[in-house]
Design a protein around this ligand. Structure first.
Ligand code: GRF
Length: 205
């Protein structure tokens, strides 16, 4: 049976992209990464993808007259590679309804908090400033709202008394790297439907 093809959108470092790449190699993720696209020229993840033999390109938003035009091109490029699921991995741009309409219920994101707590930027700093004892990571379907879509999977991470933004971020990031590939595989396995805010699974785990 041929493997499903996923696409990955990045803006920077690409450590979650690397986790997805590694998972396709180890067999934790039974998928092929068909295309990696970045909105930033210097996104380190582009190099990670190329090293793994994956086609990776920067699409410069300034070359497009509107967000819709940019997102239409992103979607067209991904569809051209027969991508059936798009994974955002540190992609720092809101996706328009044009893109989300092209990949209906087929875009995932990973966020470094237990949503709905601490959406948006600097989630780890928000968690520290709020004084929570537990934070973590969330994989969710992407909707037009910021970090707001139905939740696929979460991992909890303890917040230690002496944590700094850096130490907490590193602990959450390690959890992200395990969580994201497993969550992507679970979505690819099927047996789910979206019911309002919730993802309903045929076989709860
Ligand atoms: C991760 O913390 C992810 O949760 C958030 O952006 C960061 C991306 O890191 N959406 P990387 O580029 O995957 O290393």
């Amino acid at each position: 049976m041929s493997l499903p093809t996923i696409g990955v959108l990045i803006s920077g470092r690409g450590s979650n992209l690397q986790a997805l790449i590694d998972a396709t190699k180890s067999g934790v993720l039974r998928a092929k990464i068909g295309l990696v696209l970045a909105n930033k020229a210097d996104a380190k993840g582009l190099e990670r993808a190329r090293l793994a033999g994956i086609e990776a390109r920067w699409l410069d938003p300034r070359q497009f007259t509107s967000r819709d035009a940019y997102d239409f091109t992103l979607a067209t490029e991904l569809q051209g590679k027969y991508v059936s699921l798009v994974c955002l991995a540190g992609y720092m741009r809101l996706l328009s309804p044009v893109f989300l309409g092209a990949f209906r219920n087929a875009v995932l994101n990973i966020h470094p908090s237990l949503l709905p707590a601490f959406p948006g930027l600097d989630a780890q700093r928000q968690a520290l400033e709020h004084g929570v004892r537990v934070s973590g990571a969330t994989v969710h379907f992407v909707t037009p709202g910021l970090d707001d879509g139905p939740i696929v999977a979460q991992a909890a991470v303890a917040v230690e008394a002496d944590d700094t933004e850096a130490t907490l971020s590193a602990r959450i990031l390690a959890a992200e790297h395990a969580l994201y590939p497993a969550a992507v595989q679970r979505v690819l396995d099927g047996g789910w439907r979206i019911d309002g805010r919730r993802v309903r699974w045929e076989s709860p785990r």
